[in-house]
Design a binder for this molecule. Structure first.
Ligand code: AQP
Length: 338
């Protein structure tokens, strides 16, 4: 275990996890978990950067952890934990807040997009979201962070804060914080909305029909795919910029079926949307059903889930405390004698 490089990642428990969270993030963790020492967080402190319902937050936190495992994460080799159970996240976040120039934050695309969605309700927390994410990553000395394309800018910010605002300023010799690298998989790193192929699939999209949730029933999947946006062309294509919906559904089909994009393009070059939609519906139902079965077992055994989260918390807390202590000491916080 000692020689393995470490990865850290997480999903916000803001609602039901969807195909984008699975194909863009969790699926990659599953392929990386044997090779890396893996820390996976349910980032509940991030979840309150949008208006939230307390009951739903509790439920979504548990169901997100259960879905990690149902999607193939092995709790025997990975540490799964809840962000708010580790106080060091909030504490390091405050320190990094004070080190980060406001104009770095004003460039964040996700803030711009989400603040439009939230109208008059935009909180300071939403603005600070990328700094909390930087704290999440830097606390664990992560070597790599597997994320979808949408989070790449936030990871770059975490690297800049660590390098320019902490390491360069407060230590001439050894780095205080490790500089993490992104891992972005080639396929699935941006799954788009079913009703607008130019927007990413997102939990916070008010239109339920825009996404396939991992726990959607076959009937719901079928309904959503029937209503998904199509176009007037015959045959599916991947590289035609005028056909983002065709590209998106072909990519989803290719990942789920395990067939290359080029093979799918050939197979469906003359297929009409009606027939393709039936095939992708069948594929989605087939791919999601083992996840749903495993999820049912887990969510009905809260004791087991609780134990997994306690174990994850202990490992995460140990590491996080050490990093925080190192940062505080280098920044000059007074330490009491024993
Ligand atoms: N559409 C997507 N395609 C590929 N990857 C995606 N991810 C999210 N959406 C897509 C990846 O999932 C991980 C966890 O994301 P998150 O829930 O923490 O935050 P997010 O990126 O803001 O996801 P959502 O669904 O859009 O959530 P809300 O609506 O609550 O903000 C990340 O690795 C992300 O890249």
């Amino acid at each position: 275990m000692k020689n393995k490089k470490r990865i850290l990642s997480g999903v916000q428990p803001t609602g039901e996890l969807h195909l984008g969270n699975w194909l863009g993030a969790i699926r990659n963790w599953v392929t990386l978990q044997e090779q890396y020492e893996t820390f996976l967080c349910v980032v509940d402190l991030h979840a309150i950067t949008a208006e939230h319902n307390p009951k739903e937050l509790t439920q979504n936190t548990l169901s997100t952890a259960a879905l990690y495992i149902a999607c193939g994460i092995d709790p025997n080799i990975c540490s799964i934990f809840v962000q708010s159970h580790i106080p060091a996240h909030s504490e390091l976040c405050w320190i990094l807040n004070c080190m980060t120039p406001i104009n770095w934050m004003e460039r964040m695309i996700q803030f711009k997009e989400k603040s439009i969605q939230q109208g008059n309700n935009v909180s300071i927390g939403l603005f600070n979201y990328p700094i909390l994410m930087a704290a999440d990553i830097l606390l664990y000395d992560a070597d790599y962070v597997p994320v979808g394309e949408d989070q790449k800018q936030h990871l770059e910010l975490a690297r800049d804060i660590a390098q320019q605002r902490i390491n360069a300023k407060f230590s001439k010799e050894k780095d205080i914080l490790k500089i993490p690298q992104p891992i972005i998989m080639k396929s699935g790193s941006k799954i788009m909305s079913l009703i607008d192929g130019s927007r990413k699939m997102s939990k916070s999209d008010p239109n339920e029909g825009s996404r396939i949730n991992l726990l959607d029933t076959p009937e719901i999947i079928s309904k959503k795919i029937k209503r998904a946006k199509s176009d007037s062309y015959i045959g599916l294509e991947f590289n035609n910029p005028e056909r983002p919906e065709s590209r998106n559904l072909l990519m989803i089909y290719s990942i789920l079926s395990g067939k290359e994009i080029s093979q799918c393009e050939k197979e469906f070059s003359e297929t009409g949307w009606g027939t393709f939609k039936k095939l992708i519906t069948e594929q989605l139902i087939e791919s999601l059903s083992p996840i749903q079965e495993k999820y049912k077992v887990l969510i009905n055994d809260p004791h087991q889930l609780n134990n997994i989260l306690i174990e994850g918390k202990e490992k995460a807390d140990n590491l996080a405390k050490k990093t925080l202590k190192r940062v505080k000491s280098k920044l000059g916080f007074f330490e009491m004698g024993k």
